[in-house]
Design a protein. Structure first.
Length: 244
């Protein structure tokens, strides 16, 4: 039956063979304001199911005539369908006026949709304690490995480009007053290295500040993680979300 106020006519769809349930699309001739679509071949379709896209709608309405193209609205609830001839559009409108039921078996989408899709999206937002713990452990492992790499690189060279020598046992080595091994370098080089000790101390102070900041960040991350675990436990206990 046509809605006189809006100009729409309902087209009944049976999406599963033998199903007593019908879905309805609402059709009316499109009145183009800008003239970019031919009025006699364009059909305005509203009330699209959530899993209808351009290809599905074109396949559905192709029973009335070849479809040139489909333009889906951003809301995905309506579309413009351009037939290759005006006969296709007219047949679709006439079928709706005659209260014809159109049998159309949809292909199952690759991803979950509808209520099941919403449930999967919710689960992805709250993957569970075990998954969260693994993600956090992986993050800490990567973070600590990167920090160790930076510390190793920083320890190998001072800001002035001097290679930091280490205390170790062996022959043919010269030890300075502090006990650091400086074998293989000239006296002038050793004196220059000693002169850079003050700069090295300043560098060490900055590194200490960085370590303190990183440790504070790690403590904060652990605190937030524990809060998330507690919140998830409370949600499970209260069973506020019952998708099934």
């Amino acid at each position: 039956m046509q809605d006189e106020s809006s100009g729409f006519v309902p087209l009944a769809l049976r999406l599963k063979p033998g199903s007593p349930f019908l879905r309805y699309l609402f059709l009316k001739p499109h009145k183009s304001d800008g003239g970019h679509l031919p009025k006699d071949r364009t059909l305005f379709v509203a009330g699209l199911p959530h899993n209808f896209d351009e290809d599905v709608l074109a396949e559905l309405l192709a029973v009335f005539g070849a479809v040139d193209r489909v333009a889906l609205h951003s809301s995905k609830m309506s579309a413009l369908v351009l037939f290759k001839s005006d006969a296709g559009r007219d047949k679709a409108l006439q079928a709706a006026k005659d209260a014809r039921v159109l049998d159309f078996e949809m292909r199952e989408p690759d991803k979950p949709y509808g209520l099941k899709g919403w449930v999967e999206q919710h689960k992805a937002m709250f993957p569970g304690n075990a998954v969260l713990q693994k993600q956090l452990d992986d993050w800490f492992e990567t973070f600590e490995a990167e920090e160790e790499r930076k510390r190793t690189a920083a320890a190998a060279s001072t800001d002035d480009g001097w290679t930091v020598v280490t205390r170790q046992r062996g022959r043919n080595k010269t030890n300075d007053a502090s006990g650091a091994t400086v074998g293989g370098v000239s006296m002038a080089t050793a004196e220059a290295a000693a002169g850079g000790k003050k700069a090295q101390q300043l560098t060490d102070f900055y590194r200490f500040q960085q370590r303190e900041r990183k440790q504070s960040e790690l403590v904060e991350l652990r605190r937030k993680f524990q809060e998330d675990k507690q919140r998830i436990a409370e949600l499970k206990a209260s069973r506020r979300f019952k998708p099934y």
